[in-house]
Structure formats: C-alpha cells, structure tokens
Design a protein around this ligand. Structure first.
Ligand SMILES: [Zn+2]
Length: 204
C-alpha cells in the first residue's frame, strides 16, 4: 500500500470520517510545510504521554498514570452522589455549570438499540465496580443517570437501571434520571447552566 492510502486508512478510523474526507486530510498534510506536519506528529505523541484517565471516573486529564482527578480526590466533593455521563464533554459542561458537587462517572458511550451485546467502550463493568467501591468507602446514596434525551440515551438509561438493580438493593441506593428537566433531543454537551440546574432539580 502506498503512503497516501496507508494514512487514509488511519484517518478513516476517526469518528464520522469516510474515505473521501480521509483522503482530503492526507492531501491537506501534503500541502502543509514540514514544520506543521512534524509539530502535529509531536502533539499527538505528547497527548498520549501527558494525558491519562482517572482510574475512578475515567476522565481524561493531564496527569501521571493512575492518578485520581481533582474532583475524585477533593475532600469537598460530595461522595454520597454519583452522576453518570456519556462522555468527557458532558462532564465538562455540567461541571462548568457549578450546579453539581458530587462524583462523576464517564460511561464512554451509549448502548446501541439494535445490538444484543453491549459494546466494550461502554464501561459497565467499571461502573459496577465503582458503585460498589463508593458504597463501601463513601456511603454512596444516590446515582444520577445523566444522558442526553434522544432514543439511544433513553435506551441506555433503561439499560443502566436494569443493570444497577442488584447494587440498588444491596446498598439501598436511590437511582434517578436527569431526563425530566430536559426537552426531547437535548444534548448535555450543549445545555446551558440554567437547563442543567432545572434538570438536576427535577431529577426522578
Ligand atoms: Zn476522577
């Protein structure tokens, strides 16, 4: 395979990028000066060396491997409440809104409606382990499922409620969803502070 096709294959793995767009990226790079291309390569390597995931909530942040993030390690964080979001961008938006002071868990994706098997990028095992740990160590009381209000988000919400039944019974947890305060089609990533505040207030 020639280098153009080879790099095209790499770009095709990016979310939402097809063959034609992937090839456009390759030609874009061919037209850029060598310094730009070198710096881009360095930045990508840098990213992998300096950004790691929090072992508890799975947030990507600048850290050493296995280091807890600021929110998980902060003594002021309300550790009786855990909020589940789909992705880092949702976490950042809710945190920026300053309406919630508890723990987070980043699920990594939504459960597709059509397939029977849960994809590996959805961290269900890690979620169960986390809730187990938080219940034992921090007297966790409430789990808030905070997913976007679209069919896949609602499907995942139901899926998680089902999944969490044994832990709910074991630790007497209150499991609620953010859905009520949101209108259909709401993406948490783009919701304003007021919307998030209302959704949290109306959780059920
Ligand atoms: Zn964390």
């Amino acid at each position: 395979m020639n280098p153009i096709d080879k790099l095209t294959e790499y770009f095709k793995e990016f979310p939402g990028i097809g063959e034609r767009q992937a090839k456009r990226f390759v030609y874009f790079l061919l037209h850029k000066n060598p310094t730009y291309v070198k710096e881009l390569g360095d930045k990508i390597i840098d990213l992998k060396n300096t950004i790691h995931q929090c072992p508890s909530c799975f947030l990507f942040f600048q850290s050493k491997q296995d280091q807890l993030c600021d929110n998980c390690s902060n003594t002021k964080t309300d550790k009786t409440s855990l909020l589940i979001v789909e992705k880092d961008a949702d976490y950042e938006n809710i945190r920026r809104s300053k309406n919630y002071n508890g723990l987070y868990f980043i699920l990594g994706g939504l459960v597709p409606i059509v397939t029977k098997d849960t994809p590996t990028f959805v961290r269900t095992k890690e979620l169960l382990r986390n809730i187990d740990n938080q219940s034992n160590q921090n007297n966790l009381k409430e789990v808030i499922i905070a997913l976007s209000l679209n069919p896949q988000g609602e499907h995942t919400d139901m899926y998680l409620r089902e999944l969490l039944i044994p832990l709910k019974d074991k630790y007497d947890l209150n499991i609620v969803s953010l859905g009520r305060g949101l209108s259909t089609g709401t993406e948490l990533e783009y919701s304003d502070s007021e919307t998030i505040k209302n959704a949290l207030r109306n959780r059920a």
